[in-house]
Ligand binder design. Sequence first.
Ligand SMILES: [Mg+2]
Length: 427
Amino acid sequence: MPPAAHIWKRAILLVDMNAFFASIEQADRPEWQGRPVGITNGMQGTCIITCSYEARAYGIYTGMRVKAAREICPDFIQAPSRPHRYAEVSRCIMSTLADITPDMEVFSVDEAFLDVTRCQRLWGSPEVIARQVKRRVHAVSGVCCSVGLSGDKTTAKYAAKLNKPDGMTVILPAESTRVLANVPVTELCGINTGVGRFLAERGVYVCGDMAKLPVSVLGKRFGNIGRRIWLMCQGLDPEPVLLDVPPPKSIGHGKVMPPNTRDPGVMRLYLRHMAEKVAARLRRYQMQAQNFYLGLGGEQGWLAGRYRSRLPTDDGREINRLCEQFLNQHWRGQGIHQVQVRALDPRDTVTVTDLFDQPPDQRRRLNQAADKINNRYGEFTLAPARLMHRSSMPNVIAPAWKPFGHRETILGQGTVPSGTVPYGNNR
Ligand SMILES: [Mg+2]
């Protein structure tokens, strides 16, 4: 037990598995350890989904073609993906972490936050617990992880990425403000370039600049999230580790149109826009859905229907196909002023059979590339051509708002709108 003086007032760990899928393949096939391994969609896959650190050392990266990888590295080992195995290892790791503390938030298939404040008397100082976490994760899975430790979630997450692979970085809570002071604000998880631009226009580039800006400026523009950002930049993120978050029951987007819209072209545009937003949100949380609620709101009430895609999807074009079908079947020229697109049964992609089979490889790569750019430069920087230049949407935070963006758009318990409609975060 640490002396009372060494007990942290608040201690948060972020555990991030290194090159997760590739590490699992290496753990399961010891002859692959220390070798350049890349995961593809079956043996026919032409494109690398993720790769081991040994492969990265050669300059191989996610999205690279296998052929190009072989050119720079003749020893490159192509491993067909085994999504069920990855999900199994993830569950095993998460349950091991839950043995250390129940105060845990599964953040993604290969990341979790642990609030170890309450278990210091049981397990020892936060540093001791962090080392224990690394040992246990490796023992149950053969996978290495990087751990960030600090007094709040944002600083812990920032710390974890400073040392990869197999790293451990401690930023003492009392040091957080000083350590973050020279870090560009957009380096922090949850601050996208939209917010970054807003801050830059006010002279805030690095976290240390934030103290000069009154919190009310952010509060006025972004509400509670803005006030959180203000604190985050000063190493004082108040966000608790969220326990037992149930999987989202639905992921939806809606938008108000000009009153009495009757132009089918305009309606198609809005539906397409919402379809892309829902798809991007699904991808962000590594989810897919097969059932969609589609709705058009007018003076007379809602035209709505449930539509089912052929396979679970996270592809905007696929969802938009259902929207087209819906429009053709239900709309008879009446005036409309709202559209609504919602995925009703989002599920973890990793548990879906044939994870990397659909949408087709090329489509998936395109979506991934677009997501990457949009996360960096703001929503709809890259979008289908017909949506360009018409995305003055008010949701500046989403979807690049990482930790908890999806929770804000999740409407309670699978409610399907009728009459009055909750409008995601577009309000
Ligand atoms: Mg990782």
